[in-house]
Design a protein around this ligand. Structure first.
Ligand code: GAP
Length: 512
């Protein structure tokens, strides 16, 4: 499927099969806000659990936390969000559309990347087995030219944003002759900063109410609880605190479905370390997190690192793990070396010491922090869009199959009586009830069995068990595999064991 078609298909499939709905749809929806349906909530929960197990359950030195969404307003002064959590926005005077100026420039560079990919594909076809991609990338004049141009643009953009030089950001847009994707016009306004936090109020009357913010990241809940956790958990550095939860951002350029939402969920881990060790921990977490992504089996070629040119106010190094979404490589997770910025700043604003006594170094200090931060909704989109495939079968018919990694599939097995008579439903129901204690099961007796298989394929159910007349005789069933459509005859116990093995966290996570 072409990328554009795939993305349309992702949207319609997500809705049709109960994964994602537009929020408050009966009132025509709310832009960039979405609800997860009966299938989506299960997939999302499984993805969250997959992260939690890898981060908290399997690491002796990482513990969990669930901090409140509403926090004391000074938190956001200390974190820098009140002053610096801005997007540079630009309006097109003809279409009246508003854009993020940095995204317009990044999209321009993205097009150069696409040109490079096309050149690589062409050359790979031309040279066949003798093709050396690394050599081609470093020597082909056209490709080198695209790469140098892209790098120079991003470097200049990073510098201008760091220096708050919005005049130069506009100049860059004009020099690159970037036009409005809607109107094609190059008639731009000045670039202006816009704060992304949602404000709200706490209190009974308008006069006495305190101005609050909905948290724009979960990380600050971890920082303000650093000492609570360290002391009550008797934690020794290095150690981490992990948290999943909602975050809110008044995104102006909200598009691409659940990729950029105004209300979304983050899964973040702050790893507290002695000062001076941040380089090695940065390398460690980059590698560990990439391995975790690879464990889904979506293809290593679909991930890449992108180092930040423009560092956030709190970071001394940062990169993104990017994923190849249907609309190109985009950020999926951020790895940030946050120095002691956050804890030092909270010390200053709260007047409370947030220090650690290091028994090995025999000194007190404010720990440094290494952060891993991933959007759960983006992870959902990555897994879901990669899994959705249209296949042409040997007999010429087609099927839609959602090849979700079995470990996170909403339903692990569908139990289907071959026909709705001869006592088969009773046996199938009994089997489904038994399996329910160990895995998520659905029972379906409507329609012909072939149609039921297709429905389970579209829902991403990795296994079907069919109960037929032979089951009445010898208690055996047919186990059908979603991906290959192969079928085998097994006892019920054997079928259950195969499903358990294929869906066990252990078998997916043990590589990392
Ligand atoms: N605490 C660091 C932090 O929040 P970030 O790069 O702004 O860093 C981390 O966000 C991750 O959160 C991103 O990599 C992305 O996966 C997710 N994310 C950020 N904004 C989002 C949005 N508007 N919609 C969905 N996910 C978002």
């Amino acid at each position: 499927m072409a990328d554009q078609d795939l993305f349309k298909k992702v949207l319609s499939h997500a809705k049709e099969y109960g994964f994602v709905f537009p929020s408050s749809e009966i009132y025509d929806g709310l832009s960039a806000v979405y609800d997860y349906g009966q299938q989506g909530v299960a997939l999302k929960k499984n993805l969250r659990e997959y992260w939690w197990k890898a981060m908290v359950q399997l690491n002796d030195n990482i513990v969990g936390l669930d901090a409140a969404i509403l926090m004391h307003p000074t938190t956001w002064k200390a974190s820098g969000h009140v002053d610096a959590f801005n997007d540079p926005l630009i309006d097109n005077k003809d279409s009246k559309k508003r854009y993020r100026a940095d995204v317009l420039v990044e999209d321009y560079v993205g097009k150069l990347d696409t040109k490079i990919e096309k050149e690589v594909k062409k050359a790979a076809k031309r040279f066949g087995d003798a093709f050396d991609k690394a050599q081609f990338l470093s020597t082909n004049p056209r490709v080198v030219g695209y790469k140098e141009k892209g790098d120079a643009i991003l470097k200049r953009l990073g510098k201008s944003l760091e220096n708050e030089d919005l005049v130069d950001v506009k100049a860059l847009i004009e020099e690159l002759e970037i036009s409005c994707p809607l109107s094609g016009s190059k008639n731009w306004t000045e670039v202006k900063q816009f704060n992304l936090m949602f404000g709200t109020k706490l209190g009974a009357s308008a006069e006495s109410a305190t101005e609050l913010y909905l948290r724009p990241e979960t990380a600050q809940g971890i920082f303000v609880n650093f000492l609570n956790v360290q002391k009550t958990g008797r934690m020794k550095l290095p150690f981490g605190i992990a948290q999943t939860g909602k975050a809110f951002r008044n995104e102006i350029v909200a598009r691409q479905f659940i990729f950029r939402m105004r209300e979304f969920e983050q899964m973040e881990m702050q790893f507290f370390i002695p000062p001076g060790t941040q380089k090695e921990w940065y390398a460690h977490w980059k590698e560990t997190r990439l391995k975790w992504h690879h464990s889904f089996g979506l293809g290593a070629e679909n991930y890449r690192f992108h180092d930040h040119e423009k560092l956030a106010h709190y970071a001394d190094a940062a990169c993104d793990i990017e994923f190849r979404f249907p609309f190109g490589f985009k950020e999926l997770e951020g790895i940030h070396s946050r120095t002691d910025f956050d804890l030092s700043s909270h010390e200053e604003f709260s007047g409370k010491k947030l220090q650690y006594f290091d028994p090995d170094r025999q000194e007190n200090y404010v720990p440094y922090v290494l952060e891993t931060s991933i959007g759960l909704d983006r992870l959902f989109l990555a897994v879901f869009s990669n899994a959705l495939q249209e296949e042409t079968l040997e007999d010429g018919s087609s099927r839609t199959v959602l090849r979700l990694p079995a470990v996170v599939a909403p339903t692990k097995v569908a139990v289907l009586p071959l026909v709705k008579k001869d006592g088969l439903p009773a046996i199938a129901k009994k089997l489904a009830d038994e399996l329910k204690w160990d895995m998520t099961v659905s029972y379906d007796e409507k329609d012909a069995v072939g149609r039921r298989y297709r429905r389970q394929d579209a829902l991403g159910t990795p296994f079907c068990i069919t109960v037929d007349h032979q089951t009445v005789e010898d208690q055996t069933v047919t186990l059908r595999y979603r991906d290959t459509m192969a079928q085998e005859r097994l006892t019920m116990t054997e079928a259950k064991a195969k499903i358990s093995e294929a869906t066990a966290f252990e078998n997916w996570l043990k590589e990392i």
